[in-house]
Structure formats: C-alpha cells, structure tokens
Design a protein around this ligand. Structure first.
Ligand code: V47
Length: 372
C-alpha cells in the first residue's frame, strides 16, 4: 500500500522504519512536529502489525487504591490528599481484601494496586496486604506499587530500594505498574511533581526491579508544560534502560487531565495529541513489546482508533478507577469484558484476553486458566 507523505522529513523516517532501523532523537522530534498524522500512524501501524499482526490484547483486571493520602502534593495530581483532609481515605487491611473480591462476577486475573505516599503506612503493612491478597486470591497476579511508592517506602524504612523490592516480592508482589515516571526532564519535573523522586531515581528503581527478575510497565505523562524534546528525551531514556534489562512489558502514554489540579488552567489534550503519542511511542520504543491505549484516559472511542495507530493493547475491565476520575475523567469506572471485545472487534482487530505478562487466558465467567 502506498501512503502519501506530505512532510519532507518523513520519507527518510519511513525508509528506516521499513528497514527496521532504530530512530534517532531528531526523528522523534520530527514525528511529534509533523501534521501528517496519517503518515505517522501508517508507519506506527506497520511496526505494530509486524510485531503483533491483528492481535489486540485486553485483560480482566481490578484497580485497588488502598489510600489517597499523599505527602507529595504534586501539581499534576487531583487524587492525593493531605493526611488531615476530611475527604482523605485509607482502607484497613480487611477493607482492601474485601474490596478486592467485590465488583463484577468475571474472575479477574490481575489486581492493579497503587495509592499515595502515606506517611504512616509501613512496609510491613504493605507486605501484609500482599500476603493477604495472595492467600485469598492465589491465582490473581499482583501488579503493585509504582517506583515512586517503592522508593518512598525504602526511605521511610531506612533500607535500600533493592531490599524493599525483595521484601515486597517475597510477600507476593508479582510485577509493578508504570506510574510515577511523568516526564524525566528536571525543569518540568520541578514544576509538576517537585517532591517526587527524580528521573534518575525512577530509572534506577526500575533497573533494580528488573535485575531482581520483576517485570514492570512504564509511562509518560504528556499534555502539560513539557515540549517535544522533553517527550523524546523521556522515551529514549526508557529505551536505553530496556536495552539493558528487557524488563519493561508495556508502555502507556498518559494524557494530563487538568481538572481539580493546581494546573487546571492548562487545556486538555486533543484526540490528535493522544493518537500521536501512541504512534510516536510505537516508533521510538522499538524494544518494548507492547503499547497500551489506556481507555480510561483516552476514552474508549479514541482508544479504539489508536488500535490502528500503533497500540496493541486497550487495558482491562478496571471496575473502579479514581486517579483519572478525580481529575475530571468522564469515562465510565469500568468496562465489561464483552464491551472490550466489541471495541476491539469493531476496529477490525482480533481480541486476545491476556494475563499481566501477555500469556493468553482461557476462561469461563467465574474461572480462568493461563495458557503457557
Ligand atoms: O503516575 C496522576 C498519572 C498515573 C493525573 O502500568 C495523572 O498498566 C493525568 O500509571 N492527569 C497513574 N494523569 C496511572 C498509571 C497507569 C494507568 C494504567 C495502567 C498502568 C499500567 C499504569 O496517572 C500517575 C500519573 O502519571 N496521573 N494524576 C492527572 N491529573
């Protein structure tokens, strides 16, 4: 198929993509600046189909946010609350375990567990939470705690990140979600999340997790005060770590939602931005197997279109989501398995239910088997 390429910088990028050559920093910036979204998407789709054919992955998961108490006060966030805020909540261990079993009847294969940086919850508390979940739900994968939460627990416990990860792993943590990466550039990070670990510390924590045999995801928060160079720098730093460890499973670009944050004067991203971030990520991250179109953040409609612009995954059923909904997301809290199947099929793609590590899952409504 021939695609008309209007942008003079794209033919050379096309040649590289067709030859399977790695793209450079300047190529990344050119892809972000090009108005020719169809050409950028065509190239990203070529890579996506080379890697995954027509397959599109989804999972049956449940998000659990044990607390929204957070000491960090990031300007990008509408979720975190001060410990004395009357609207703040912290679940007891019993509540976490009970909440995990609530929701829809379909058996979940993954709990996605993240929260704020709580000044009083201890590493032992988190280990107990993980052990309790494993005991009650032995078949469910625990994708728990971002690099930011892990580094904070290490600091409070006065032990290394490595030892913190080992203790969490031994208590039942199977892998880590990709949050907290935001944008690595220090100038931007100081404004949007100045109390968080810096970009180097995030990378170092992910490196340590991978060295311990834990897989993790990675993200990039875009659509606030960053520029194209900051985005490309972020993606290439993830790519460099992946060359070293091969521990990242999925990259998820996250659009900034400004409502109820101190940055609410910033306009929301457009569909064009969201689609482009999927496509550029697919083209630059040649060593990360999966690119996820997170439907909560993009809306199911745009996420569906993204399946033809580089994404091979649409995330899962979720059941209950707080971080984006506190920041003004108007998407539903969860989607049924049948709705995900429909979205994927109507994009002309073939749905495959996966577990967290992308092994296919065979199921009845109340039970599942992972096919190895
Ligand atoms: O780290 C916080 C972002 C992330 C806002 O690993 C915001 O499979 C937009 O990481 N507007 C959490 N974004 C979500 C996340 C994630 C989601 C789905 C799947 C996976 C995975 C990971 O959300 C935070 C931060 O980057 N965030 N506040 C906001 N106002």
């Amino acid at each position: 198929m021939h695609v008309l390429i209007d942008d003079p910088r794209l033919p050379d990028i096309r040649r590289k993509v067709e030859a399977g050559e790695r793209l450079s920093f300047d190529d990344g910036v050119a892809l972000y600046r090009s108005a020719d979204i169809l050409a950028v998407g065509y190239l990203a789709n070529m890579v996506r189909e080379r890697l995954h054919g027509n397959t599109t992955y989804f999972n049956v998961n449940r998000h659990i946010n044990p607390t929204d108490v957070c000491v960090a006060s990031c300007r990008l966030c509408a979720f975190g609350k001060r410990v004395r805020d009357p609207k703040a909540y912290t679940m007891s261990l019993e509540e976490v375990w009970q909440r995990a079993g609530e929701g829809w009847s379909e058996a979940v294969t993954e709990f996605h567990i993240v929260g704020g940086l709580h000044p009083e919850l201890t590493l032992d508390w988190y280990c107990e939470m993980l052990r309790g979940l494993k005991q009650r739900f032995p078949k469910v994968h625990l994708k728990a705690l971002t690099m930011v939460e892990i580094a904070y627990l290490a600091r409070r416990t006065k032990i290394s990140v490595r030892e913190t990860l080992e203790r969490l792993r031994d208590a039942g943590m199977d892998s880590c979600p990709g949050g907290g990466a935001e944008i690595f550039n220090e100038r931007v990070r100081r404004i949007i999340c100045d109390h968080k670990i810096d970009g180097n510390e995030w990378i170092e924590a992910a490196r340590t997790a991978h060295q311990l045999g834990l897989h993790s995801n990675c993200t990039m928060l875009y659509g606030h005060i960053e520029n194209e160079e900051d985005r490309v720098d972020h993606l290439l730093r993830l790519r460099a770590l992946q060359d070293e460890t091969h521990g990242f499973v999925t990259f998820i670009p996250l659009a900034f939602h400004p409502d109820n944050t101190p940055l609410q004067h910033i306009p929301r991203t457009t569909g064009f931005d969201d689609i482009r971030n999927i496509a550029v990520a697919r083209l630059l991250l040649d060593n990360i197997p999966h690119i996820k179109a997170y439907w909560v953040m993009m809306t199911p409609r745009i996420a569906q279109v993204a399946l033809r612009f580089g994404a091979d995954d649409i995330d899962g059923t979720i059941v209950e989501e707080r971080i984006y909904h506190d920041a003004g997301a108007t998407t539903s809290q969860g989607l049924r398995r049948a709705e995900l199947l429909q979205l994927i099929r109507k994009a002309g793609r073939e749905p495959v239910e996966r577990d967290t590590l992308y092994r296919p899952v065979q199921r009845t409504e109340t039970a599942f088997t992972v096919l190895v």
